[in-house]
Every structure is written in C-alpha cells, then in structure tokens.
Design a protein around this ligand. Structure first.
Ligand code: UDX
Length: 480
C-alpha cells in the first residue's frame, strides 16, 4: 500500500465538539513529530467558531489553525468539511438536530473529502476518526485505509458502551427501540475488565429510561462500528485503568497513550478554543497561593437556573475566592443577567466571573487550590497534572462515570451531589475544608500519586510512550 520511504499519512477527524477537538489537535501534533504527515479535518462550523474566538481574528489567521506550527516546519495540512448545516445554524441550542446532521449528512461530506485527500502525496494510509463517528469503517474500507478509532474518554466508559448488549441482557440498560421501565438497581459485576460498578455511575445515556434518542442511536451504532476498527487509541493511562485496558486489548489492539496535552502544558500554539479566552492571570496574581477555587462546567452541558443559583449561594457561603467560568449560552434561562447581577456585586472582591478562559493556564497558576468541575475527562486529566483536587458536580454523559474514578477509585476529589440533594451549608463546608483544611491535604497527597503515574507514563520508557511507539510501528506494518 505504501512505499517504504514514504511517510505514513493520517487523516485525523475529531468529533465537532470542544472537548474532542482539543485532544485531537494535540494527538495530530504528536504524531507529526513522530514522522506522520497529517491531514487534519475540522467542520466548517468549528473552524468558524475558532476563528471568531481569536483576538483580532480578521488578521491573525485566515483559513488554517495550524499556520503558526507550520512555520516551524510541521507537515500538517488542514481542511474543513461541511457538517450538514448552514453556518448560521445554532448547534449548541439544537444538539439533537445537530447530531442528526452529523449522523446522516456529514458522512457523505467526509467520504467525499477523504476521496479527494487520497489523491494527495504521500497518499493517506490511515484514518484516525473519533469513536463516536458511525461511518469510520465504511470510509476506511472504501479507500483501503487503516481504521483507527480515537477515544477521548476513560477506558472504563469505552468498555461500558462496548458491552451495552451485556448490560441490556442483564436488564441494567433498556433495549434499543423501547422505553425502559424496570431498571435493575443492583451492582453490575459482569463486565470484563471492570470489577464492579453501581448503576448510578453509568453514563447518563445508559441510565436514561428512553434509549431511543438520536444520541443513543449514535452511541449504539458507533460502538457496533468500532468493532471493525484495526486499532483503538485512548487518551488514558495504562497505570490508571490497568484491568480495563488489558481486557479491551484482548478484544482489539488498544493503546493507552494519554494524557494528550499541549507540549509543555502551556497555551497551545494552535488555536483550539471555541470561545474568546478572558485573561485571568492578572487577577490570580493578586491572590495568595492555593486560595482560589476554579469553577467550570465544561464546553457542552447546559445547566438550569436552579443549578446556577445553588452554585452562587454555595460559593458565597463558603467564603472562598473563586474564578467562575459561565460559558455563553450555557444556562437554560433568559434571566442570567438578573440572576447574577446582585451576586457579582456582592463578590466583587473575592470572585471573578468570565465567559471562557485558557483553562490550563488558570489551573496551573499557583493560586488555584481546587476545581469545582463537571468531571469532563480533559478537565480531570488537566487538574491531576496540576495536582489540584476536585469537587465533583457531574451533569451528563460520561461525567458520572468519570466521577466514580475520581472519588471512589483514586480519592482525589469529593462529591457535592449524589442522587439526593446535599444541603447548601454542607457543600459550602466541603468547599471550605477542601480549600483550607485537612480534606484538601489528604486529596492533594492522593493526587500526587496519580500525577506521578501520568508523568511516568509520558517519560521516555513510560507506558504511554511505549504504547505510542508500538501503535506507530503496528500502523506501519499494516500499511506495508
Ligand atoms: C465532554 C465530556 O464530558 C468529556 O468527558 C469528553 O472528554 C469531552 O466532552 P467537555 O464539557 O468538553 O466534556 O469537558 P472536558 O472534557 O473537560 O473538556 C473541556 C476542555 O475545554 C478542556 O480541555 C478545558 O481545558 C477546555 N476549557 C474549558 C478551556 O480551555 N476554557 C474554559 O473556560 C473551559
């Protein structure tokens, strides 16, 4: 398929959501430094949002988010693809419709684009597509490409989706085309590579009574399709999920190559942010070390007015300093301004509210001592890297399952919701103790242990480096 002297050429296609684009860009950069030619594919809509979020966007970069890295000689080509909707369509307000488009229409555009890319030199040898795409094997087969599935969440979450048939058979998850009435509430202890897990720790989609939504259709199709992948690469670490990864590896060649971060864990040279980043550094510089709580609920979830009011009350009661990221459009209410105007005034000495920031810059600042998080997987890895303990407020999707790893397995964070409502005073007390007391010290001790695992994995002979090299060599063997 490929001449010996030709470089391997990978087409990398992230799922068009913030938390997937970020690790995919850094995966692409990593592979390029290992000798790959990369064609990186963003949707037009993601590209436009990234472009608009840049300061002075009209004159910084036009058509290519990799322009700056290319100046240093990297061979990364950049193309955009239509996701099936006009640019003006508000994707964040219409998730279901958006995902229908990604499910049905984007495949045709991606197919066409790969068909064009095949004609470039050197010809592409593999397709690295996000696991949630349902069409990866169809396109890989058509163009004779090695089919690599890129999983951006923990191996635990992958494994649970992978074995959804087993969960259905045992009555823990509803069937594909019906409402699920009786959900078993006992422990799940029959999934290979997973000791035991409670139903409350499953991903929100597997806890739902209606498993017929578009997101369910995507997940179930994608996890059928992934069984045809040649290789699976995961943004996780062997030492963090040893049994789960080993069990997966018995089914498919699986490579844990995480954590995938920007080089040096500093602000990326490639623009990846979908919203403009406010500068928080000057404000943080005025605070004592470890005294600021960082609050962010990620890039995807929408939250209710109640949740916002509760967070505000709890922050006030706790008395801690905080930076609170409130993403534009993330609240299911038109009353945001009314809700927060008094609050902002009340906390103007201790709190900073921003619409978006460079998160890795903020949590690596020495004054940040805690992270109230929705438990997105990227946020967890980033927080571990900065040894910042977590206060967990999962909202949807994999976040409940990720929370189990953080709170139960690694003991590097605490819950502030667990099915039942926890009283405001208790949450405020938890926040206070994490920032100022013994609780924070204990969690920080544990997080050091987990951070060491991440650091070791990335060292020269570390598990993630070895896995990455093995993956690269296996791809090359497959394309000879
Ligand atoms: C969802 C899933 O829950 C997550 O597990 C999956 O890996 C991606 O999609 P999301 O809401 O995007 O999560 O959260 P997360 O995974 O934490 O990713 C958010 C990314 O945006 C992080 O890399 C974070 O550093 C970045 N971010 C967030 C910013 O740069 N600025 C902000 O203000 C907030």
């Amino acid at each position: 398929m490929n001449n010996d002297h030709q470089k391997p050429h990978a087409i990398v296609i992230p799922y068009p959501l913030q938390g997937h684009v970020i690790p995919s860009v850094h995966l692409a950069l990593k592979l390029e430094t290992k000798g790959f030619v990369i064609t990186f594919v963003n949707t037009q809509s993601i590209h436009q949002q990234i472009t608009k979020s840049q300061p002075n966007h009209s004159d910084t970069f036009g058509d290519d988010i990799f322009t700056d890295s290319r100046k240093s000689g990297l061979d990364i080509r950049y193309v955009v693809v239509n996701d099936g909707f006009p640019l003006g369509f508000d994707r964040s307000l219409n998730h279901d419709q958006y995902f229908e488009g990604v499910l049905h229409v984007m495949s045709a555009h991606a197919d066409e684009l790969v068909g064009e890319t095949i004609k470039t030199n050197p010809p592409p040898t593999c397709l690295i597509a996000d696991t949630f795409f349902v069409w990866s094997s169809m396109i890989s087969n058509k163009y004779n490409l090695v089919n690599v599935s890129f999983w951006t969440e923990p191996a635990l979450v992958f494994t649970l989706y992978y074995h959804v048939d087993l969960l259905r058979k045992n009555g823990h998850v509803g069937s594909l085309d019906t409402y699920f009435i009786y959900n078993r509430e006992d422990t799940i202890d029959y999934i290979p590579g997973i000791g035991a897990i409670e139903p409350k720790d499953l991903m929100s989609y597997l806890q739902a009574s209606d498993t017929t939504t578009v997101v369910h259709r995507i997940i179930f199709k994608a996890f059928k399709d992934v069984k045809n992948a040649d290789f699976i690469i995961c943004n996780t670490i062997q030492e963090l999920e040893p049994q789960t990864i080993s069990a997966l590896h018995e089914k498919h060649p699986t490579y844990a190559i995480g954590p995938i971060f920007p080089t040096g864990f500093t602000k990326s040279v490639v623009a990846t942010s979908l919203w403009s980043e406010s500068d928080c550094t000057r404000w943080l510089d005025t605070k004592p070390p470890g005294s600021v709580l960082y609050v962010s609920l990620g890039s995807y979830a929408h939250v209710s007015k109640n949740t916002i009011v509760e967070i505000a009350q709890r922050l006030l009661l706790s008395g801690v300093s905080f930076i609170w990221v409130l993403r534009p459009g993330s609240i299911n209410s038109d009353e945001t301004d009314v809700l927060l105007v008094g609050f902002e005034e009340e906390v103007k000495e201790t709190g900073l509210m921003v619409p978006w920031c460079c998160q890795i810059e903020v949590i690596s600042h020495p004054t940040v001592g805690g992270f109230l998080t929705h438990c997105g997987w990227n946020s967890i890895l980033e927080s571990v890297w900065c040894t910042v303990p977590l206060i967990c407020l999962p909202l949807l999707t994999d976040q409940f399952t990720n929370r189990k790893l953080v709170v139960d397995n690694w003991k590097i964070g605490v819950n502030v919701c667990d099915n039942k409502q926890i009283k405001a005073e208790e949450v405020a007390e938890t926040i206070h103790c994490l920032m100022n007391g013994k609780l924070g010290d204990e969690l920080r001790k544990n997080i050091e242990v987990v951070k060491n695992k991440l650091e070791n994995a990335l060292s020269t002979d570390g598990s993630s480096q070895v896995s990455l090299e093995k993956f690269i060599s296996d791809v090359k063997i497959k394309t000879q």
